[in-house]
Design a protein around this ligand. Structure first.
Ligand code: F58
Length: 840
């Protein structure tokens, strides 16, 4: 069960017990059987587990549907202000279990499934997750959608319905291999297509000016191609509320009339070809976690979903018979990084060219509606588009951007008389490097609010990449430290811990995460600590069993589970973790009798398919694992596990079982991190640098309960400015030298000394992320972790205090801040009465 009381407490309105809405075990059992027959078209003798999963999913969807319909109806009737989250990525994870938690029907469904002769866990495992994102940015969007619904805030999430999401990762011969993610192959019970709400999106062609009836100068865009956007809607339920918001994802199709001209000319092949080209637009997610520079299809994807979404919003607005001037009173549009920033030019185009509003008014509406979140500090990660490509694809938007820029720079000129450097620095156009459009600048100019995702990150934005904008408009800037939803990241994935907590302090913490504070006194209660340890031990055993069955590897549940799970990137420094492992290994080889706290090193994460160094680091981990795991000298003091295909589903097994959370990025490089929060919520201690949200986690849980190491962001900047020499660390540190030499020697690569050369040479001669500079500090810190784990009582107490003080990192807190400071929206309570009357 999922750790909640058995009482069915979801409803705030009257209930009716029919086969599509009822919650009794018998009704649920009957509904599952009915859906198996009428939706899957199967009878029990031939039904697969997947058929039963579908039958159950539809049973749950039915119970969500009248809440969803009521929500949409209420928003429309009450003319409420709606949050529109624009994101090119969403990683919601499997929906079924989450919806059971939110509806409060986990226990009943478990029993109904059992009464049907089935096992709920087996059915949950059948769901194919929508991998419509790369990592933290997409998962953050999903956590925010959960909190918006739970806080009863009217919201729509807009994005792209990629036919192929992030690739599935397999490990072959120790290397990452990418497999296409055919997530829609067996159907998707959670989405409802809405072909009647399709919109057209234009591409290419040219613009021409004309004079309208009133003698006004106007511009029209004559496109070369039109693509149709079809929305697919997924309900996003809130926890124990009726509010059910919409995630609206757009699929590209050929327009209705695509074939006429070509058919008339007898060009059958060309006609079908157009259809294929159109559908290519939303075929596949770019699997890079750094920006995709210069790929036309990527810009097409961005413009496509943004144009569909804004057209949709204007349609909703006009349907409500609201005047266009009030658009920004009714919608708050959040840009999840710069990927949807073209929306600023698109809203201007729609208002000025299509709805014939004058420029100044349109600009006020646009600035008032949009707000921008930045997620990266890496300067090379800031998105730009070449003028040539941009103008070819979006000729009208290029003109609009020129106009925005000209008016903006006029303002700048007034403020900084004669300062041409300022103009060049702030301009939307980068005149060096062959003229490019700076999307972050467009986002800043067109938004009324700009935020970073952790305190340090926001400060570094203000003094670094966005300093000129901060100087110009300090009032636009604020920090919104990320958060994650405790519904998925505690209640759903860690029922044992959830029950232990709720038995002691009640259930209020699930919606008010700060209430976890009530656990603090229990950290001194021996019987509570004992139960806590039993829970952790059981969860660790679960992961050990899973690793045993999936990989045939035996791990020791009493060892430290030392986990680093996140995308592979040099700045995240998985290779620093490896240097620690090799250092421990060398200690054992020098002194086989050495006392050492047993550790299981667990890694998970994908590398961008074209990122050679990241892929080599994966190979290094698996290679070190192969050598260490089977070395009899090691005597199981060290084990290394690479968990393939780290995604939401697989991560849900990992976070609850961790003892130690590795958050070891170079200070100043990780904007926030969100895995760090998920680990802490599940009682892991953190070893980390003063980077991103680590800093705030450490402040919250107390410095004495956090393993800190490494240079600060300032020290990193200073060291890099003073010509950093990694080689000096190698020369002066014997253990470091030995670790690197062992890797270079071919010891982990069947004698092939060349395999890891790029990695080792890179560290010795460049080391842009200061791995060698932080090595000794990391090793010392890890030694104290090993020591501390020996004292299980103190360790457990520290873990409890971490959980007791983690409340701030709920996405509910983050969303409340966005609502108050940026969106200016209020909750809207959804009642079910209407539906009951309609059905009665
Ligand atoms: C991540 N960015 C940050 N980008 O790296 C992380 O620190 C932060 O916690 C998280 O955002 C949420 O704020 C990230 O995941 C991407 O994946 C983009 C995908 C598309 C291309 C550009 C990077």
């Amino acid at each position: 069960t999922s750790g909640q009381s058995d009482s069915m407490d979801v409803q705030t309105g009257p209930q009716i017990e029919d086969d599509r809405t009822g919650f009794s075990i018998e009704t649920l059992r009957r509904a599952i059987a009915d859906n198996l027959y009428y939706i899957q078209g199967k009878f029990p003798e031939i039904a697969t587990q997947y058929d039963y999963y579908m039958a159950l999913a539809y049973t749950v969807r039915d119970r969500i549907l009248h809440r969803w319909i009521n929500t949409v109806k209420t928003y429309r009737e009450q003319d409420v202000k709606v949050v529109c989250y624009l994101s090119a990525e969403y990683l919601p994870g499997p929906h079924l279990g989450n919806n059971l938690v939110n509806l409060g029907i986990y226990p009943q469904v478990e029993q109904a499934v059992r009464a049907s002769g089935l096992d709920l866990n087996a059915l949950l495992a059948e769901e194919e997750e929508p991998g419509l994102g790369n990592g933290g940015l997409g998962r953050l969007a999903a956590c925010y959608m959960d909190s918006l619904a739970t806080l009863e805030i009217p919201a729509i999430g807009y994005g792209i319905r990629y036919e192929y999401g992030i690739f599935d990762q397999e490990i072959r011969d120790g290397w990452q291999v990418e497999i296409t993610d055919k997530w829609l192959r067996l159907g998707n019970p959670w989405e409802i297509p809405r072909p009647e709400n399709a919109v057209d999106v234009k591409f290419g062609g040219y613009t021409e000016s004309y004079t309208d009836d009133q003698g006004h100068y106007r511009v029209r865009w004559v496109p070369h191609q039109v693509v149709k956007g079809v929305p697919y809607d997924t309900p996003i339920s809130g926890y124990r509320v009726n509010t059910t918001n919409t995630l609206r994802l757009w699929k590209a199709e050929a327009p209705e009339s695509f074939d006429f001209q070509a058919f008339n000319l007898g060009d059958y092949y060309g006609a079908v070809d157009t259809k294929i080209t159109s559908e290519n637009l939303t075929k596949v997610l770019y699997p890079n976690d750094e920006p995709i520079q210069g790929k036309q299809l990527r810009l097409e994807q961005q413009y496509f979903f943004v144009s569909c979404s804004l057209q949709n919003l204007l349609k909703i607005h006009l349907l409500r018979e609201d005047p266009l001037e009030t658009f920004a009173d009714k919608f708050a549009i959040q840009l999840n990084d710069t990927h949807p920033a073209i929306g600023i030019a698109e809203l201007m185009r729609l208002l000025v060219d299509e709805y014939l509003i004058n420029w100044e008014i349109a600009w006020d509406i646009t600035q008032e509606a949009f707000a921008f979140t930045n997620h990266t500090l890496l300067p090379e990660a800031l998105e730009t588009w070449s003028l040539e490509l941009f103008g070819r694809l979006l000729p009208r938007h290029l003109e609009i951007i020129y106009e925005i820029n000209q008016r903006f720079l006029d303002q700048v000129r007034l403020k900084y008389l004669g300062n041409t450097d300022k103009l060049a620095q702030l301009s939307l156009l980068d005149e060096r490097r062959g003229k490019r459009i700076r999307m972050a600048h467009l986002a800043c100019v067109g938004s009324h609010a700009i935020n970073g995702v952790a305190a340090l990150h926001t400060e570094l934005l203000k003094t670094g990449v966005l300093r000129d904008f901060y100087e110009l408009w300090p009032e636009k800037f604020s920090n919104k430290t990320n958060g994650v939803t405790p519904r998925r990241w505690m209640v759903l994935i860690n029922p044992r811990l959830t029950q232990l907590i709720s038995r002691n302090i009640g259930e209020s913490w699930i919606k008010q995460l700060d209430d976890l504070r009530q656990l603090a006194p229990l950290a001194n209660d021996p019987s509570f600590c004992h139960e806590w340890r039993q829970v952790k031990r059981a969860v660790k055993q679960d992961l050990a069993d899973y690793i045993q069955t999936t990989q045939g590897l035996t791990i020791n549940p009493d060892s430290i589970y030392d986990v680093q799970a996140k995308r592979f990137h040099e700045y995240k420094r998985q290779h620093l973790n490896v240097l620690h492992i090799v250092t421990l290994y060398n200690r054992i080889k020098h002194n086989p009798e050495i006392e050492m706290t047993p550790r299981t090193f667990i890694f998970g994460g994908k590398a961008a398919p074209g990122y050679r160094m990241a892929k080599l680091i994966i190979k290094l981990i698996t290679a070190v694992g192969d050598a260490v795991n089977q070395d009899p000298d090691v005597c199981d003091r060290i084990k290394i596990v690479f968990m393939p295909d780290f995604n939401v589903t697989n991560s849900q097994r990992i976070y609850p079982a961790a003892d130690l959370s590795e958050q070891i990025s170079t200070a100043g490089k990780e904007a926030s991190g969100t895995g760090n929060m998920k680990f802490s919520m599940n009682g892991a201690l953190t070893i980390g640098t003063l980077d991103g949200a680590n800093i705030e986690i450490r402040e919250a849980v107390g410095a004495e309960n956090f393993y800190l190491f490494g240079l600060t962001a300032q020290e990193v900047a200073d060291l890099k400015a003073s010509s950093y020499n990694p080689r000096a660390y190698y020369d002066s540190n014997a253990a470091l030298r030995e670790a690197l030499d062992l890797i270079s020697s071919g010891y982990f690569s069947h004698g092939d000394g060349s395999l890891f050369q790029p990695l080792v040479e890179g560290l010795l001669h460049h080391d842009p992320y200061l791995v060698l500079a932080d090595y000794q500090s990391y090793i010392d810190c890890q030694d104290s972790v090993g020591q501390a784990f020996q004292d299980q009582e103190t360790w457990t107490r520290t873990a409890i205090l971490n959980v007791a003080r983690i409340g701030k990192f709920s996405s509910d807190r983050a969303i409340r801040e966005y609502c108050q400071d940026i969106w200016h929206v209020d909750p809207v309570h959804i009642k079910l009465e209407e539906y009951v009357q309609a059905k009665a």
